[in-house]
Design a protein around this ligand. Sequence first.
Ligand code: PGA
Length: 253
Amino acid sequence: MKVINKLVIANWKMNPQSKKEAEIIFKNIFNNLKNIKKTEVIICPPFPFLFVKGKVKTKNIKLGSQDVFYEKEGSYTGEVSASMLRDFSVEYVLVGHSERRAIGDTNEIVNKKILAILKSKMNPIFCVGESVRDTNGFYLSFIKQQIIEGLVNVNKPQVKNMVIAYEPIWAIGSSADREATPAEFTEIRIFIKKIITDLYDVKTANEVRIIYGGSVNPLNAESFIKEGRADGLLVGRDSLNPKKFSAIINLVK
Ligand code: PGA
């Protein structure tokens, strides 16, 4: 079986507010990471700050985008195409993040974006997750539908290069209800593997990387990797703090 490297992804969201700050955060993360060989670290800054990596020579840190538009080119004011991102050396693209779904990205749009990302030879980080956990397990059918509809027309070799991020909405951000537990992640990880097995096959399900996101911090990071057996972590708030973010990366290593 292929060796799978762990991933640690920084989602800066709409932060920081100046290019100077973006450069400082990136540089500090880079300076703390010189010994990291196997873990893949991916920084997803806002579009105007995608330049940050350009100035720093590193193979350890890869560039990700927080979104993309699915059309190839043309009259789409305000949108950014997959080929523009690729030309900026972007390798990963977040898609289906709950904050984008909240402002209009449906499963169909998410699917179009995934296909556009794959066509431009980048890797989608496909985010799924429910807003509440009910006791009847309806959240499971909700996640299943997100995955099935998101993967329409995605073929087997393509799905192997994808990352699926389980991000329960109730555990995201400073107003989160509570933190998720590694056991809750494990349940969904197994469930996602089963869905991928049914849609593709066991081999594909083994290779697709399933990561956790939602209030990841230096205190809980290790447990999601060790007990939850996550292939990586998607970090929001703590990715803007180079000390905390580097601590998370070291725990994953
Ligand atoms: P958080 O954000 O770590 O601040 O909860 C995670 C995310 O939304 O990707």
